[in-house]
Design a protein around this ligand. Structure first.
Ligand SMILES: *Cc1c(COP(=O)(O)O)cnc(C)c1O
Length: 354
């Protein structure tokens, strides 16, 4: 029996994607060869890479606007360093909205001056700082559009003339934003796009080539762009599976169609968290993430009961991150609304019997 998979990452992927990906490992499109045993320079794989890049730009509305899509390795964590390497000359401005942003700041500090233009560390990152001021001489402003661990999400992009860089690992392709405002968007595949092993980097080509220091080849976006993500052997399975998910999303009607579904799921989830006296939301209401709903049980004595009811209902992956505690229901693109309904029904049942 397939479980209701609320895992924060790696996480749920569409069934059809999983089936096609599994099949391609055995044999890619009747070629007599497995996806993972062919050359990444074969026409078949080059087509896969091209399609994945084209779909990513199309979905974001960035085709023909001077952007390049790259599929790299090392996770979002590697991009913490790579973004700084590629952009940091004077100083980098960072909005500190949680664990991942803190890690990005730590890496950038290896290379140069970093200013925190806002932080919600004072309240265990349960909100998004607003009205931030970015120094005029900052090379870029780094934000985390969705804070996976704390369940907050930036709803309005900050106004600034600096190049906007974003870690969008956990909400890429989940909602419409004006993506042309970004200089760089990066996202580890394993939250909303594919298996772990590749990281999508969308880069506006004119933000590159402005630093005076040398950049190690594997971290240099210009090199990866000039080689169409084939500077070294790309993670073919992760790229292929990501391509399938992007195709699935395109066929569904793109980001605006999935955003409607995601909003409906989030409304159902938060509606119950707010209605049910046994539960309490963690994140500030106006900053609540549509992807990761964080909440706690008001009475610790009910935890065992709730956990066993969830297990009986085949609910997987709702334990909160250790830095928040409680619960976290991750509702990525591929999670059906029925799964949210199952969780909501269990919460209602707990109230009834408590
Ligand atoms: C999961 C996550 C990361 C870490 O991604 P890796 O690919 O494991 O390096 C970074 N940022 C955010 C927002 C995440 O959700």
């Amino acid at each position: 029996m397939k479980k209701h998979n609320f895992s924060a990452g790696p996480c749920i992927l569409p069934d059809s994607v999983m089936q096609k990906a599994a099949h391609a490992v055995q044999e890619l499109d009747g070629s007599g060869l497995s996806l993972i045993e062919i050359s990444h320079r074969s026409p078949a794989f080059i087509e896969i890479m091209d399609k994945a890049c084209a779909s990513a730009l199309d979905l974001l509305g960035l085709t023909g606007k001077g952007y390049k899509a790259l599929f790299l390795q090392g996770g979002a964590s590697m991009q913490f360093l790579a973004t700084a390497y590629n952009l940091l000359e004077n100083k980098g401005a960072y909005l500190n909205t949680g664990t991942w942003a803190t890690k990005a700041i730590k890496e950038a500090k290896l290379l140069g001056e970093v200013v925190e233009v806002g932080s919600s560390a004072d309240a265990n990152f349960n909100y998004i700082p607003k009205n931030i001021e970015v120094p005029a001489d900052a090379d870029y402003l780094h934000i985390t559009t969705n804070n996976t661990i704390f369940g907050t999400q930036i709803k309005t992009l900050p106004e600034s003339d600096a190049v906007l860089v974003s870690d969008s690992s956990s909400d890429i392709f989940s909602r419409q934003l004006d993506f042309s405002k970004f200089g760089i968007i990066y996202a580890g595949a394993q939250k909303n796009m594919g298996p772990a092993g590749t990281t999508l980097v969308i880069v506006k080509e004119d933000v590159l080539g402005k630093v005076t220091h040398k950049i190690p080849s594997m971290l240099d976006y210009s090199i990866h762009a000039s080689k169409d993500s084939m500077f070294n052997t790309p993670p073919v399975f992760a790229v292929y599976t990501s391509m399938l998910t992007l195709e699935w999303l395109t066929n569904l009607g793109g980001i605006s169609a999935i955003e409607e579904k995601n909003n409906a799921k989030a409304a159902l989830m938060y509606g119950e968290i707010d209605r049910n006296p046994l539960f309490k939301g963690f994140a500030a209401m106006e900053d609540r993430s549509t992807m990761n709903a964080t909440f706690t049980l008001e009475e610790a004595s009910l935890k065992e009961k709730f956990d066993s009811m969830c297990a009986d209902a085949l609910i997987n992956g709702i334990n909160g991150h250790r830095s928040v505690g409680g619960y976290r229901a991750s509702m990525y693109n591929a999670l059906p609304q029925e799964s949210v309904q199952v969780l909501v029904d269990v919460m209602k049942e707990l109230e009834r019997i408590a």
